[in-house]
Design a protein around this ligand. Structure first.
Ligand code: KIV
Length: 258
């Protein structure tokens, strides 16, 4: 289906979700793909990086999402430390996610350095989405979340890694925070769909973190983010009204009691 969308030029819409209620809203809105991202470490658990989230925690989020989803494809991030450098462990991690959450696919960050892990997961019949460009699980290697692959050497490596991910059998690849000209070039050079975040409009689809696009996260405003709502202020306003109503004895009124 995603392949056909790429061929027809129909853009793919992907958003993150980490819990039942949000997944229910997003799925019923007609989204194509729901990503149970390891960004849950940031927006759900308040960690500064995505590194601390565990496999058990990802499975908890993924199974909560799966209980709500009836139509979208659900992809789950393999968390940091569960697939790098050990393809057997990678396969075990992917199998646990598929078995215990019932999700449809997994996502791994990286290119040639994790090829063996991707190969092994694919050989078990588990669909894999790649992730290149800014890979937040490598924050301690790069030390910053700035735009990646601006220099030719890194851009060339990314082009090669995208082709490699296509060759080994990934069904799609996320391109995060890279120059839009490079993302467009990569998109045109491979047959599998590219899903961009901060990668411009020449990709096959877009992904955003749901808390960012709804404005729940009000102190995160990178240039690539479009905010569709200001839920932080709306929710805070509603909670303030509730507190006022409780304190002033306005709530509950006669119709709100038995
Ligand atoms: O974890 C996540 O939310 C992601 C997206 C930003 C692509 O990997």
């Amino acid at each position: 289906m995603l392949q056909e969308m790429k061929l027809k030029g129909e853009k793919i819409a992907m958003l993150t979700a980490y819990d039942y209620s949000m997944a229910n809203i997003i799925d019923n809105s007609g989204i194509d793909i729901i990503l149970v991202g390891d960004s849950a470490a940031n927006v759900m658990a308040g960690h500064k990086t995505t590194l601390p989230i565990t496999l058990n925690e990802m499975i908890y989020h993924a199974s909560s999402v799966m209980r709500a989803v009836e139509r979208a494809l659900v992809v789950v991030d393999l968390p940091f430390g569960t697939y790098q450098g050990n393809s057997r462990e990678a396969l075990n991690s992917a199998i646990r996610i598929m078995k215990e959450s019932n999700a449809n696919a997994v996502k791994l960050e990286g290119g040639r350095e994790i090829k063996e892990s991707i190969d092994r997961i694919l050989s078990a019949g588990i669909p894999v989405m790649g992730h290149l460009g800014l890979t937040p699980q490598s924050i301690n290697k790069f030390g910053t979340y700035v735009v990646r692959a601006k220099e030719e050497e890194e851009a060339q490596r990314l082009r090669e890694d995208a082709r490699l991910l296509e060759e080994v059998g990934c069904f799609a690849v996320v391109l995060e925070k890279i120059p839009s000209a490079l993302a467009t070039e990569v998109t045109e050079s491979i047959k599998i769909p590219t899903i961009g975040i901060g990668a411009g409009s020449g990709v096959d689809g877009q992904v955003l973190v749901i808390h960012d696009m709804l404005g729940i996260n009000h102190d995160f405003s990178p240039r690539f983010l479009r905010r569709y709502h200001n839920l932080y202020d709306e929710m805070k306003g509603a909670v303030e009204m509730y507190i006022k109503d409780v304190k002033s004895l306005d709530f509950p009124n006669e119709r709100e009691q038995y």
